[in-house]
Structures are given as structure tokens and as C-alpha cells.
Design a binder for this molecule. Structure first.
Ligand SMILES: Cc1cc2nc3c(=O)[nH]c(=O)nc-3n(C[C@H](O)[C@H](O)[C@H](O)COP(=O)(O)O)c2cc1C
Length: 224
């Protein structure tokens, strides 16, 4: 597979076949991802690769319990901006509306929307989730580790493509990072940044046809 093909073919997958990703393939993906460059080669990513179904359910249940109790987040880091301004606000809305329209979910159908969001915490039926943490000392007044771990995320997703493994990055778990950490029993110095769901795509699922467009590079690139 050409790199350009892997980049073009990747999209966020939100319905998976019941088969899990073998540990061997997970290792191959993680070995590739480990080659991600990082400032001073600090390699700030610390990963819990979870395929234990009961443990994933425990994490999901704990998050959903918090959600149902009205807790909006219990997080280490604030991923999304506190104030949405255009053009980002417009893009966020368009992306959400596109997905809900495809799935025939009405704009005001809060219950269905919430159920769809909760699917994140069922990991879309996937059997493997990589939870990516970093050391809190690296993000205490510094942001480099975020850049490195973001690049690591993309390397995971592109490497996975080679093995026919699809993925969905998750900031939804970021919002309940402390819940995830609590269930996993991670050391106090670790902060959850995000998770990546991995599995084999259900090619019959409508939701997996969703491919949000990108703006033209003339809008975000300045050639000098
Ligand atoms: C850091 C990050 C967090 C994301 N969080 C979620 C999430 O929690 N749930 C979800 O369904 N998609 C999530 N996404 C997927 C984005 O919605 C998706 O990447 C974007 O709409 C572009 O679509 P594509 O990945 O299919 O190209 C996330 C993506 C990134 C990069």
C-alpha cells in the first residue's frame, strides 16, 4: 500500500465486525507507531492496549454512569476550545450535522444523539482500544508532548491500515480521562490524552460511509 493510499483511504470508522485484532498485529502497529518522531526523542506516549472485553465494558460503564449523573467531564486535559469561533465552529457543526443527517437523526432528537455519543463508550463494537497517556510532568506548563502524541495517533492509524485494521480516534474518552485512569489503575503521574479504537470495519454499516470533506488548501496554506 502506498502511503498516499493509506492517508486517503483512512477515515474514522464507527461500526466494527466482532473479530478482535490479534496481539501480533497490535504489536506490529505499535512497533511502527513507536517510530513516530518526537522532540528530543522524548517519546512521551505511554499506551495501555486493552482487548479485555470485561475491562472495556467496565471503562465504558463507568463513563456512562458519570454521563448519566450529569458529569460533563472528568478530565486531565481540555481538548476542545472553551469558546468556539468561526470557521472552526462552522466546521464542527457541519461535521456533526452531516453524520446525524446520514443516520436520520433529527437535529432536536437529543436522546438519539446522546445514544450515538454513548456508542463511543461501547467503542463502536471494537474489541481493542489503545489508551494513550503521557507523563503529567511533560504537560505541566509545556505543550510539546501533545504535538508528539498527536503525531503518534496518526502513525497508529496509518500503520493499522496496512493490516486492514480500521480505527477511530477518540477525544470523547479524553473528557473522562480520570475515569479511564481510575478503572485501569494507572500510576498517578499519567494523564490520558486520547484513545484509538481498532478493529475490522463493518462494511455494511451506513455510518462507515461518512467521509467529511476538507477545506481546500488554498484556505489554510500560504505559499511564499
Ligand atoms: C483528537 C481527535 C478526537 C476525536 N474524537 C472523536 C470521538 O470522540 N468520537 C468520534 O466518533 N470521532 C472522533 N474523532 C474523529 C473526527 O470526528 C474525525 O477525524 C473528523 O470528523 C474527520 O473525519 P475522518 O477521520 O473520517 O476523516 C476525533 C478525531 C480526532 C483527531
Amino acid at each position: 500500500m502506498k502511503i498516499s493510499e493509506a492517508i486517503q483511504n483512512r477515515s474514522s470508522i464507527r461500526a466494527f465486525k466482532p473479530e478482535g485484532v490479534s496481539k501480533k498485529i497490535q504489536e506490529k502497529i505499535l512497533i511502527s507507531a513507536n517510530m513516530t518522531p518526537s522532540g528530543a526523542n522524548m517519546q512521551p506516549w505511554i499506551v495501555y492496549a486493552v482487548s479485555d472485553e470485561a475491562l472495556l465494558k467496565k471503562i465504558g460503564d463507568a463513563i456512562i454512569e458519570k454521563m448519566d449523573a450529569g458529569v460533563e467531564h472528568d478530565q486531565f486535559i481540555q481538548y476542545y476550545p472553551l469558546q468556539w469561533i468561526n470557521p472552526y465552529k462552522k466546521r464542527r457543526i457541519e461535521t456533526g450535522v452531516g453524520l446525524y443527517t446520514l443516520m436520520d437523526v433529527g437535529r432536536k432528537d437529543i436522546q438519539k444523539r446522546t445514544e450515538m455519543w454513548k456508542d463511543n463508550f461501547r467503542f463502536f463494537g471494537a474489541k481493542t482500544v489503545f489508551f494513550v497517556f503521557t507523563d503529567t510532568t511533560l504537560i505541566d506548563g509545556a505543550s510539546g508532548a501533545f504535538i508528539d502524541c498527536g503525531a503518534y495517533m496518526q502513525t497508529i492509524m496509518l500503520a493499522a491500515q496496512e493490516y486492514g485494521v480500521a480505527s477511530c480516534p477518540q477525544g470523547s474518552t479524553t473528557e473522562y480521562g480520570r475515569v479511564v485512569a481510575d478503572v485501569l489503575g494507572t500510576p498517578n503521574n499519567l494523564a490520558l490524552l486520547y484513545s484509538v479504537v481498532l478493529g475490522y470495519p463493518d462494511t455494511t454499516a451506513k455510518i462507515n460511509t461518512y467521509k467529511p470533506a476538507r477545506i481546500d488548501i488554498s484556505e489554510n496554506v500560504t505559499f511564499l
